[in-house]
Design a protein around this ligand. Structure first.
Ligand code: MLT
Length: 407
């Protein structure tokens, strides 16, 4: 039998599985350790009451023959797509129509599945450090090319360093595709309107496709930071945007997200002058491989757009941002260099001189029973840095801060 040989080109375990394994091993050897998990960005607060109520009502509908629903539209029910278009886009002046929105089970799966649309040989820009899914999914699809040095033949790393405020810089050469994530995972840094405009101008001039991950958009609190790439004029011609209800509304276990593929987005294949519409391709891909998000889950997502829903979400996100501030403050007090944690649930810090990210991980776990994520897990340029999340409960986060004060 022949298998996908690209599995041989990738790290054996996914970053967060590796961390879970190390923590479980430690816990097995030290069963009394009271471990505080601030590693993977998983939420701790329950679903907003509006979502719970909508779920109950939708379950009741499914229990009656007259209101029961079978297969839904693969791209999502109109009631949800319309609410998204109105509240997330039109309210911010972005010209996005409901039929340009594809409801899905997650931004992780959408960003990874989007690689189905591309051939091999594209030059792909990826930040370093980066959310590992963008790179790994391209490696598995064979689009990254053969391993070369620390990276891959077709990958151009956009180094995000202290010197450039951890923001990807416009490269000298041309990229076919670039992944941008703002507010960023892992660094917590958000791109400003000027930063994004530079990328959109670059993409227009170079016919580059921008894959824009805005999964943490709802954490933005400062002015001057776009919530959507479509706030930048002409972005409709060059960008796909990924959004998620996971971190916005605690849907990590319920699963609902969406991807915007504007109808104006055309790509020209290198061997043909005929432009192809990515919208038609993604629709074809989804209708073939995906049967849609459960009706009850989409009802829960739609309820988030009611005034009560928006208020409930805001409160929970404020709580996570307060946690992030608590973590940020304790490291600042201790003299660490810290980024993020302001428009983002992620706090990114520089580990003490002479330590690697994994050594700092072990130190925090063994000595303080706190789990974080080593920066090197996000790429070579993440070495020497560390990520903690504001997604814990307020009590556990305060307890973690107390322990960290002893550092
Ligand atoms: C993270 O910790 O980076 C996130 O949980 C990853 C994800 O959302 O898949």
């Amino acid at each position: 039998m022949l298998i996908n040989s690209h599995f041989g080109d990738i790290k054996e375990t996914y970053l967060f599985s590796e961390i879970a394994k190390r923590v479980n091993d430690y816990k097995a050897a030290n069963p009394t350790a009271d471990i505080i998990r601030l590693g993977i960005g998983d939420v701790t607060q329950p679903l907003p009451p509006v979502a719970i109520q909508a779920l109950h009502e939708a379950v009741d509908e499914m229990a009656r023959a007259e209101t029961f629903r079978g297969y839904g539209p693969e791209q999502g029910y109109d009631f949800l797509r319309e609410a998204i278009a109105v509240h997330d886009f039109k309210a911010r002046g972005c010209d996005i129509e409901p039929d340009e929105i594809f409801v899905s089970d997650g931004a992780k799966s959408d960003t990874a599945n989007f690689t189905d649309l591309f051939g091999d040989g594209n030059i792909i820009g990826i930040s370093n450090p980066v959310y590992p899914v963008y790179l790994d999914s391209n490696v598995l699809a064979g689009h990254a090319g053969s391993p070369a040095g620390d990276g891959y033949q077709n990958i151009r790393y956009l180094d995000c360093l202290e010197e450039n405020g951890f923001k990807p810089q416009i490269p000298d050469g041309r990229l076919d595709i670039v992944y941008l994530c703002s507010p960023n995972n892992p660094s917590g840094v958000a791109l400003t309107r000027d930063d994004l405009k530079k990328w959109v101008d670059y993409a227009l001039a170079n016919k580059t496709l921008i894959l824009y991950d805005a999964a943490y958009e709802s954490f933005i609190r400062e002015d001057g930071i776009p919530h959507s790439i479509y706030e930048i004029p002409e972005a409709r011609k060059v960008a796909v945007e990924f959004r998620s209800f996971s971190k916005t509304a605690g849907f990590t276990g319920l699963r609902c997200a969406y991807t915007v593929v504007p109808k104006t987005l055309e790509v020209t294949m290198s061997d043909s002058s005929k432009p192809l519409k990515l919208h038609a391709m993604w629709l074809r891909r989804q209708t073939t491989k995906f049967n849609g998000v459960p009706y009850i889950v989409q009802r829960a997502a739609a309820a988030l757009y009611t005034p009560e829903g928006r208020e409930q979400i805001r409160k929970t996100i404020d709580l996570y941002l307060e946690n992030a501030k608590t973590i940020r403050s304790v490291f600042e007090e201790k003299g660490f260099k810290v980024w993020g944690g302001i428009n983002s649930p992620y706090v990114w810090l520089k580990v003490p001189e002479g330590m690697t990210s994994w050594q700092f991980f072990d130190e925090l776990l063994h000595r303080y029973h706190i789990v974080g994520t080593p920066g090197s897990g996000f790429g070579t340029r993440g070495e020497g840095y560390f990520r903690l999340t504001g997604f814990g409960s307020p009590e556990k986060t305060r307890e973690a801060a107390e322990r960290l004060r002893r550092i």
